[in-house]
Design a protein. Sequence first.
Length: 293
Amino acid sequence: MRKFRVAKRIKRRQYSPMTNDPYHYSVIARAIDHIQETQNQHPKLEQVASAVGLSPTHFQRVFSQWAGVSPKRYQQYLSLDLAKSMLRDHFTVLDTTHETGLSSTGRLHDMFLTWEAMSPGEYASKGAGLTINYGWHDGPFGQMLIMVTKRGICGLAFADDCGPDAAMTDMTSRWPNATFAENPSATAPLAGAIMGNGDTANIHMIGAPFQIKVWEALLQIPSGTVTTYSEIAAHVGNPRAVRAVGTAVGRNPVSWLIPCHRALRKSGGLGGYHWGLPVKRALLMREALRNAS
């Protein structure tokens, strides 16, 4: 079993507290849907606010509370060209010198994050002998399903797009021989760490060897930047395996923390996202806003 830890804490950027009010994300999700439906019209902020039933001032207030910052130019981040602009201006070349673990630039949400990977033999058992506690928590991207083993967070899913039942079925099917127990008291402290309260969090990666390599690469992408599936394929030593990389990215069980949302198509398209493209766009938008503040 390989185990890597961050060597030291990095000085945190100062952000406003991260809201976990479901209302805020519901407004942002409806705004994103409206933008997608009217993309050829290039809707302005006032039109987007009207579409979600709010005044421009109220919409800006909700947007600021959700993002944790008050940007000067909302329209820039409410654009369908967000992925292309991030690929142009915030592209990350994965550095092979950081293959031994999580680099300082790979930290997420300014957490003190550590991780370890399950051995191939443990993965082959499909969770046999493993107890996984789970709990539901509100977050800035809707309802979150958090799953933990005694080693750390092994699963994080978003349920707003597919629904709680589908999310639960999806996650439990990944480790069919494990024992699952609803235990929100076990997941609540980790939910707090995910939300950026300053606590530490450990990720317990459960996957095939190739998947682990891809997820390790994802951990090197700093918040507010993106990379491409082809760049990841080259980084893991198989530049022709772009499709296989895309599959491994899509099978990432710890969304957000292992930032599969930061992988884009080389053309600038968003690509896919297991928990719905509106969530991927919201993740990228929020990180871009906070990074630009």
